[in-house]
Design a protein around this ligand. Structure first.
Ligand SMILES: C[S@@+](CC[C@H](N)C(=O)[O-])C[C@H]1O[C@@H](n2cnc3c(N)ncnc32)[C@H](O)[C@@H]1O
Length: 227
């Protein structure tokens, strides 16, 4: 497959007829992928920058999947003495079922099934991980405008459409023995993702100034807006 333009094929995990038990295994393995590929690190580093001198946090995680990012953020907040209200929203109700099952009761996280656009405003921070590449061009421009209008700071953590990720991920996935859907979707996700210049064009179209686009080793491309 050429990586010159974004792929548009559908990911298997988005299939409407996927049973909840298989879906829970898929997002559970995705959480393991996130750990092995150091994927939560750039979001936590962003949070540290966004929270300099602040002690309260109202955060929205769009497309939480297994909820692993929110669990990491909850533990980060305790370690840094931050009073956090953590909310996740995901279109797929199976995510809510899986994330609830995988989240200890004492962590202060609220999982909601729905669209981010219905979650209102007043957020200190909006984050997302592996969600942007699920969106069309127009959906992404709308998402950038939502974050710019409804959050003080925001962070998009997504994949880099680059040969290093496209050839490296399948090798890693085979060795690790992740679920076949995670293996197939992971490679396709890289082909569906973005390059730095494409993000700059999207930001221009959305009317966002002052955002930073940067690569995070090994496979991620992130967009950060700090205010
Ligand atoms: C690949 S999963 C990512 C899960 C998790 N964030 C991670 O990093 O492993 C993408 C998720 O985004 C959700 N999603 C896509 N568009 C959304 C929207 N408009 N509002 C809320 N969730 C959305 C999908 O339902 C899916 O669960």
């Amino acid at each position: 497959m050429s990586l010159a333009v974004r792929a548009t094929a559908e990911e298997l995990m988005d299939a409407a007829d996927l049973d909840p038990a298989t879906y829970a295994r898929v997002v559970g393995d995705l959480a393991k992928v996130n750990t092995v590929t150091l994927a939560r690190r750039p979001t936590l580093a962003f949070l540290k920058r966004a929270m300099t001198g602040r002690r309260t946090l109202r955060l929205l995680d769009v497309g939480f999947g297994d909820g692993d990012m929110l669990r990491s953020i909850a533990r980060w907040a305790v370690q840094h003495d931050v009073a956090a209200e953590l909310v996740g929203v995901d279109l797929n109700h199976r995510s809510e079922l899986a994330a609830r099952a995988h989240t200890p009761a004492h962590l202060p996280i609220r999982y909601v099934t729905g669209d981010y656009a219905d979650m209102g405003g007043g957020w200190d921070v909006v984050v997302s991980s592996l969600v942007a590449h699920h969106m069309t061009h127009d959906q992404l421009v709308a998402f950038l405008r939502f974050m710019e209008g409804h959050a003080r700071s925001w962070f998009v953590n997504d994949l880099h459409r680059h040969w290093f990720a496209y050839t490296g991920y399948p090798l890693l996935a085979r060795v690790a023995g992740w679920h076949p859907i995670v293996r197939y979707d992971g490679k396709l996700s890289i082909a569906r993702s973005f390059r730095p210049g494409e993000w700059r064009d999207l930001l221009d179209e959305a009317g966002v100034e002052g955002a930073r686009v940067f690569r995070a080793f090994p496979f991620r491309l992130c967009v950060e807006r700090l205010r």
